[in-house]
Structures are given as C-alpha cells and as structure tokens.
Design a protein around this ligand. Sequence first.
Ligand code: ZN
Length: 424
Amino acid sequence: MAFLDGAVCNFLAVKECEKRLAEKGFEKLDPADEWVVKPGGRYYITKNDSAIFAWVQGTGDAAAGWRIISAHSDSPGFRIKPHAEMLSKEGVLQLNTEVYGGPILYTWFDRPLSIAGRVVLRNPEDALKPLVKIIKFDQPLLTIPHLAIHFNRQVNEGNKLSRQKDMIPVMAILDKQANVDNYLLKMVAEKADVAPGEILDFDLTLYDTTPACLVGPNQEMISSGRLDDLSMVHASLSALMEACDTPCEQTRVMAIFDNEETGSGTKQGAASPVLCNLLQRLNMANGGSEETFVRAIDRSFMISADNAHAIHPNYPEKHDPTNHPVLGGGPVVKINANCKYMTDAVSAGIYKEICRKADVPVQEFVNHSDSAGGSTLGNILTSQIDLRGVDMGAAMWAMHSCRETASPLDHQLITRSFHQFYIL
Ligand code: ZN
C-alpha cells in the first residue's frame, strides 16, 4: 500500500522502484555509457524516466537465456494541457486537461485530487540533455465537481460525459480580475525548488490523494487507484529483490514498460525495441554473438503480468459461462483464441507447474465469446522478440476506475509464484 500511495503516476512508479532497488544494491547504468556487467551483478536502467528494466546477471554463458517478468507503469487518468489556466467570469480557476488512456470517467468526480509528474529544466551545459525533476504535490489541490442532481434528474438513468466540458477540474477561487498567467508554472517551480524561468516544459498528471486501504471485516479486499498494473510491478520487484541472492545461470529480468494504456507505441513502450536492445546488449557484454542471442531467446521465458477480471456478482452474465476467476483464488492465466494474449498450452503449462512448485492455486480467464475484451503487453512484445511466455494477472474488479478492488491474498500468491520462477 505504501508503494501504491507513492507511485501515483508512471514517473513516480519508476522512482519508487529505483528507491527499493538501490536499497538492495542494484546499480543504475547509463545506456549512453559503456557497461561492464559481472555474473551475479545487479543492475537497472530507466527509459524516459517512466520505464525501468532491472536484472540480475546470470552466471551462465551468453546462450543461457533470460527469465523475464513484464508489467506496466502507467494508468488511465488526466494529463494537464499546456496553457492550462482557465478563469471563469466569477473567478473560478480551472485547469484544462486531456484524458490519458481509458479511465471510467464517472469515478473521477468529487475526489480530492493532486498533481504529480516530470518537470524538465534548462541545462546550461548541454541543450540536448535537459535536467529532470520528478515532483508530487502530496496535498489535495483540485477536484472535478459533479453537476447537482437538481439540474439533471435523469443523471442516474445514464448520462453521457464530454471529456472537454464535464471533466475539467477546479483548482482555486480567486479574485475576478486575478492574473492567472503561469499560475500553475509558479506552483510547479516552487515545488521543484527552481526559478520559473528554468522550466522548459513538464509532463504532469492528476491523481487521487485518497490512500490505499484494506476493505471488509476480514480485510479480503484492497481498494486503491492504479492496481492495474502497479500491483504486478510491485510483485515482480519484490520477487526479483528476494531472489537476487540465489545464484542462477539465466539472467533474471524485470521489465516495466510505459504507455500500455495507449497501445505501447512509444520508445518506452512494449512495441518498441527497448527490451530487445537491452537483451542484445547483455548478450554482447557476456561475449555473445548473433547466434548465441537467438539460442538464448529460444531458452527464455516471459511472464507478462497485467491484471485480469474477477467475476462480478452484479454482472455474472458478462463473464464466460465456465471460467470464473475470483478474488483470492490465486493468479489468473489469460487465454484468447485469437491470440490477444501470448498464452498457449505450453506456456500456460509452464506457469502452472511453477505455481504447483510454489503451492499456489491457478485460475483461468477467457472472455465471454460475445465480448472483445482487452489486450496487453505479451503479444505486443512478441512482435519484437519471438519469446515464449504466458499472460497472467491478479483478478480484480472495476479495472480503470479511479479506485480498483483486488485481493491482498492474491498479491502474496502471485509474488510467491514470481519468486519461484526466478529461483527455479
Ligand atoms: Zn494493465
């Protein structure tokens, strides 16, 4: 829950990972430098400050292969537009935003929101290498007030929302004549502890300030923003940190991509060569050739970890008639006849065997045949690297809501299965 509360956006998710990896002795490498990687060494790199790849260098030769767990750092929400300040005639200051990914818009109303993200600063030494600061305001700064029911008595019969009209957050009540030029920029400069003139640009998003909590008299549920997919980021991170003292011939990798929610099509996304480039580089650093790289890929396995849907008690008709994943029933293997998931009988079998060794129960998810369902990282990655792998995740409700619900027991079970995979 501390991880979820800290990792309020993609940049902060990476920062939270870095903090924990550094405590465990992982060394940050700069992709622009030459690398010396030693067997058993612990390393990580970041990409765009919003994706992170950590690994424990294997003790085997270059053809030994990789054990990879992948997940994503981003969640649906709102990004602040440039020149965002909008002052109404009455002096209400709002911030213009753009929707990121596919949030359930309704769930963002009437919440204490704040701002976090990346600030890019002038570097007097090198214009091509601007400086970066990651900021998080921590205190509530905005809210998106819903229209009162008295102005729309039909609101509970379905109410279409405009992203531009209905979803604009309110930040302050000011004097009608207030000058709001650079209002946000000045706040950001103060938070980043720099002069406003040093700021070149920023990537800032909104987040819900309500902390994660356990729910139920027996605490079987966890309620939080961003469980998709930060719970899987945390599970893979915990498993790698726990496994890194156990020697292994294969190199164990945690690959956290960004921009899954918008189709993975960025340089830090799963559709880019970022992971393939890293693996090629590790192959070369281990004295490998093109041939050893192909052999290593053939020996490798990936767990693509992104959350799944638990059967919803109010909507059983939305789910497959025979496969009903539940909260607390263990990891969910995701299967699709049209290959939207990378799972096949071989890879599902491998993951089930890993879970059996770890004494972890496994569930299966398939779509109701009349619904299209989602997609995820695994099959996108295989367009870059012909890896074997399984798509799986934790069962959850309300995916893409401002607050999602999952099971703390599943989190333990999944982390245990990941640890087992890393120490096989
Ligand atoms: Zn996801």
